[in-house]
Ligand binder design. Sequence first.
Ligand SMILES: Cc1ncc(COP(=O)(O)O)c(C=O)c1O
Length: 410
Amino acid sequence: MSVRDVEDSLGLKVCKKQALVIDRGAGVWVWDVSGEKFLDFTAGWGVTCLGHSHPLILSAIQEQSARIIQNPNSGFTYSPARAELMIELQKVLPAGLSRMFFANSGAEANDAALKLARKITGRSKVVSLMGSFHGRTLATLSVSGGPQNGARYLPRVPGQEFSPYNNCDDLDLVIDNTVAAVIVELIQGEGGVRRLDLAFVKHLRSLCDRHECLLIIDEVQTGFCRTGRFFASEYYDVAPDMLTMGKGIAGGLPFAALVMTEKLASAVELGDHGGTYCGNPLSCAVAAQVTRFLRKHNVAAHVAALGDVALNDLRQLKAAYPDVVKDVRGLGLMLAIELHHDSQVWPLSDECQRAGLLVTPTRNAVVRLLPSLLLTKEEWSAGLERLNHALAAFVAGCERNTPALVCGQN
Ligand SMILES: Cc1ncc(COP(=O)(O)O)c(C=O)c1O
């Protein structure tokens, strides 16, 4: 019986469209159980920033797990691995964000930010943006703006307001002195790689200052060099009160962090936040190595340069397939191909898979590319060739089935 048969018999085949059974990975490549090789432009939802099975991560896991994985009474005891991570993070964090809380996922870090914002401000209202995504806990879904998110699990946590992104006038209406916090992604990832305008973010900062509410910047997807800076906040030159991070932070281990200013942290008391695995030595040791590697090798500069090349190539692809590709955009190696219609996203992603390339189907008619940050120019070109091949096959398939129509538009 194959792995797939076992999964099917247990009802585990959650997503019929991409029933790949992945066996192993190395760098930007993964292999399924039958030995077929794929170029991975998903990095596991943007997590494996150094690629799969990077030797640095393997040795950090090996070394730390031989010492200790989980502390006794963790939270009341500390570890050198945790201290090392804090030192490394201090070298890359935006100025003023010196106090750190660790978590196991991006949602958990955001949840902690929202919870502590209530305690710090004594208010409960939260403003977030339409199209945003902040995680899948009840509180983070409640502030996530797509119809597929919080609306599935109504009612949301009370005291939530959504504002359209890049609309300063609406912000003026929703932000007042009852708001505890505003939470935003500077580039909406799940919403289709949509960037906030500089003027909008500056306006948001000034409103938060005026009404003494907290600005939480969610860099779970954009952080750790993904956009060509260590944090996307650097493009905006705006200081958040809290910043959350996850995904790439530990190169594949489930780990995340919430950082805040000293002033805010002074209102947080022992027991206000914590969790069994938060800041465990194993994840801290790996995160410290990943953070140091990204900084020492100036991976952000590589990502920015390769991202420019990639976006330029994607523009040519758009020109070659105008009936399928409506827009291409991105920053660094957070790239989006927007199609003319939502229903084209899965068929094109399937075509990519057949061409040996894994991409991430995304909301709002977008196919996202989030490859490893160590992707080389040659690997990018190999991916582009597969993408080209997939688009050609997609168009040919459409013409065969519905001549003169582009697939999925009706
Ligand atoms: C911007 C953003 N915030 C939060 C999350 C949730 O992170 P996690 O899936 O680690 O809980 C995600 C996940 O995609 C994200 O993109």
